[in-house]
Ligand binder design. Structure first.
Ligand code: 2AL
Length: 369
């Protein structure tokens, strides 16, 4: 008999993604003998070691080629800072064996022949839009899905507070806090990677403190991608006043030699949602000018809200056009496939526990959500 805890665990997204593709509840039912309705239960279940051991035993009997990630929800420990999105332990079970913690029984079994980080591994990616425009979250998540691998599930979220667009330093402060909020709320969901989808990369370092999963900012991803396909690139962005943010990021990430210019179009971020030929033509004209003036070989789009325009602009301009949202998704997949995680021994260690006051207190590092 399988108990409630086990059913809830079996319902987790990673288990539904056996064989590198999503499993329907029916398929999961056929494979495990557990009623399909049980697969709709919460995936935020807490599991203990006994449950995991029993689950491993069941999985061993299922199929010789089954590979499953068992993400163990961290136990709630007040005042002991945990990597927020990080599972306390990730195990890979196959019929051939398991690997995991040294003290656990599965540690005695030889490692699986297929590395846990092989490129077809299914993954859950969290895309955080730091502004509060749900429409923009939707369009960026769609762009992300358009390039994501078959086994990548993209979840788009935005903060519960703050500005609808980020185009000033004041906006950005709240955007960064919103990213921190969403990281805290997602901490038990076991996301494999996080993309921060605003060109200022607000809250990027803070987000990295809260998880072992790779966290990628779209500006950072776009600069890297552009530097692979051109010796020099130009950034075309929204309001001219936001150019300083991109300029500082160029310096921070060390792209002073490859970024040849940053150009504002004075198109407000929210106007991007309207789309249309006039908008596209304005950005195209700015990009053409930038390519000439900067002697650049590629264009970087300086706003997450421009993601849906990328293909059309690349076709019109005839040069590589990099959108940070899609670039970040592919880089996130690459890092996960390589088994690379955010370091926890240096300054990306979890924040120290301390008292928190006011509206942000529930997000404080020593309080569980
Ligand atoms: C952005 C962006 O990507 N999202 C947002 O709200 N503002 N960037 C920008 N340069 O305006």
């Amino acid at each position: 008999m399988v108990d409630e805890q086990l059913k809830a665990l079996l319902a987790s997204e990673t288990i539904k993604a056996m064989h590198g593709r999503d499993m329907t509840a029916r398929a999961a039912e056929a494979r495990t003998g557990i009623a399909a309705t049980d697969f709709s239960r919460s995936r935020n279940c807490k599991v203990d070691r006994d449950t995991i051991d029993r689950l491993i035993t069941i999985l061993e009997r299922l199929d010789t080629s089954v590979e499953v990630d068992l993400t163990v929800t961290p136990r709630p420990v007040v005042a002991k800072a945990q990597p927020a999105l990080a599972p306390s332990r990730a195990l890979v079970a196959t019929a051939a064996g398991h690997n995991g913690s040294r003290s656990a029984p599965w540690a005695q079994i030889p490692p699986p022949s297929v590395p846990s980080s092989h490129p077809t591994r299914p993954m859950n990616l969290l895309l955080i839009n730091p502004n509060t425009s749900a429409a923009m979250t939707h369009s960026m998540a769609e762009a992300a899905r358009s390039v994501a691998a078959a086994g990548t599930r993209v979840t788009g979220r935005q903060p519960s507070f703050g500005p609808a667009s980020i185009e000033s330093h004041f906006d950005e402060v709240f955007g960064a806090a919103g990213v921190a909020e969403q990281m805290r709320l997602a901490q038990d969901e076991g996301f494999d990677a996080v993309v921060i989808a605003c060109f200022g990369d607000p809250g990027l370092d803070a987000a990295r403190e809260l998880t072992t999963a790779p966290v990628i900012g779209i500006a950072e991803a776009a600069f890297h991608a552009a530097s692979f396909v051109a010796t020099g690139f130009s950034v075309v962005t929204t309001m001219t006043r936001t150019c300083i943010t991109a300029e500082r990021l160029v310096q921070r990430y060390g792209f002073e030699r490859t970024c040849r210019g940053i150009h504002g179009t004075d198109i407000p971020v929210l106007a991007l949602e309207e789309g249309g030929e006039e908008l596209l033509a304005r950005i195209e004209a700015a990009a053409r000018q930038a390519l000439l003036a900067d002697r650049s070989g590629a264009i970087v789009l300086g706003c997450g809200g421009m993601a849906s325009l990328c293909a059309a602009l690349q076709q019109r301009l005839g040069v590589p056009v990099v959108d940070g949202v899609t670039a970040a998704v592919k880089m996130a997949e690459a890092l996960v496939a390589l088994g690379l995680k955010t370091e926890k021994r240096g300054d990306y260690a979890p924040p120290l526990p301390k008292p928190w006051l006011g509206w942000a207190a529930p997000l404080g590092v020593n309080l569980r959500k």
